[in-house]
Design a protein around this ligand. Structure first.
Ligand code: NAD
Ligand code: LMR
Length: 327
């Protein structure tokens, strides 16, 4: 039996946490032979910590063979200590009529302290995945606080957007989701994101041979994917949780699976013309567990280039808005 890895999760008593923790403990994230210790971090609020106790009781009651132990804490120093993965979910979700960037003022501050603490106490090989919105910019804030850890350890989740795009294309083509490949999300986790449909394949053929309606691809498809989060909030009265948790399982699972090709928001380094300092959704290939290379060879036509420019402008604007939180 392998020794357990330590997985720190913030916002553990929230909606996403509730849907996520059983998936981690069951082996869906790190594999069926990898035990885990869950280090569950909540806000220092009595109600949240009490709710967290209930979540822990339920996890215990599942009798998961891979769940080695559970730590409950409102102290990030305890929660992040020696963690191999830090999943940063704890943050305020948006309500109806808000954009994710409206959360910057409230949520940005959370990620300064967490970036400092992870850098100080987490394991040598720690990897960080940010979900709390606005995810790209929060990730950039946390990474900017790290002195020991390189920026490539910090990723933000655009996998939910990739999964949404994959599912929409499969539905339109009347095929299984697994038939749709190479659909990547570029840019911000916001309506400006670009699901680069021209690169996708369906059943091994170029997408353009199967879905010939370019107007639908450029219009309704991009809009549906970009505004899916708002549509769910309007319908449910709360932001996506089960699909967000499932996509985080995919995000981390593929980052620990060499050869996996998937969309991750990473420090752009200037790829595809993005501002080198922002965290942008990009296609990556996992090299060794936890590490990845950005795939830079995809061609972008004029339409794609205009979409990349727009989402880059938004990310650059968000960076300017949080300038005082960086570094
Ligand atoms: P929620 O309100 O149900 O849960 C958030 C939890 O975080 C609460 O229990 C709260 O007490 C806790 N929390 C707040 N500040 C904290 C801190 N400093 N440390 C530890 N815990 C803290 O919200 P949710 O639905 O679980 O969503 C969480 C975040 O994820 C939101 O910002 C939401 O917008 C975002 N989200 C992102 C994606 C994505 O694709 N990137 C998808 C869905 C939701
Ligand atoms: C989503 O995409 O569902 C989440 O980011 C929640 C939101 O605010 O849209």
């Amino acid at each position: 039996m392998k020794s357990p890895i330590k997985v720190a999760v913030t916002g553990s008593a929230g909606q996403i946490g509730y849907a996520l923790l059983p998936r981690i403990a069951s082996g869906a994230m790190f594999g069926p032979d990898q035990p885990v210790t869950l280090q569950l971090i909540e806000a220092p609020i009595e109600k949240a910590m009490r709710a967290l106790e209930g979540v822990a009781m339920e996890l215990q009651d599942c009798a998961f063979p891979l769940l080695s132990s559970i730590v409950l804490t409102d102290d990030p120093k305890v929660g992040f200590r020696d963690a191999n993965w830090c999943l940063l979910i704890g943050a305020k979700p948006r309500g109806p009529g808000m954009e994710r960037a409206d959360l910057l003022k409230d949520n940005g501050k959370i990620f300064t302290g967490q970036g400092v603490m992870i850098d100080e106490v987490a394991a040598e090989d720690v990897r960080v995945a940010v979900v709390g919105n606005p995810a790209n910019t929060n990730c950039m804030i946390a990474a900017s606080k790290a002195k020991r850890l390189a920026p490539d350890r910090f990723t933000a989740m655009v996998r939910l957007d990739q999964n949404r795009a994959q599912s929409q294309l499969a539905h339109r083509a009347g095929v299984a989701t697994t038939d749709v490949k190479n659909i990547f999300i570029y840019g911000n986790h916001s309506p400006s994101m670009f699901p680069a449909f021209a690169q996708a394949t369906i059943g091994g053929k170029p997408l353009s041979e199967i879905i010939k309606d370019e107007a639908w691809l450029r219009g309704e498809f991009c809009e549906t994917v970009g505004k899916r989060g708002a549509a769910i909030i309007a319908a449910r009265g709360a932001s996506s949780a089960a699909s967000a948790a499932s996509s985080l399982v995919d995000h981390v699972h593929d980052l620990v699976t060499p050869g996996a090709i998937h969309s991750v928001a990473v420090k752009s380094g200037g790829a595809y013309g993005f501002n080198p300092e922002v965290w942008a959704g990009l296609p990556v290939r996992t090299t060794i567990p936890g590490s990845y290379e950005v795939l830079t060879g995809y061609e972008m036509d004029e339409f794609a280039q205009s979409k990349l420019a727009a989402t880059n402008e938004e990310l650059t604007g968000e960076r300017a808005m949080v300038a005082e939180l960086l570094g």
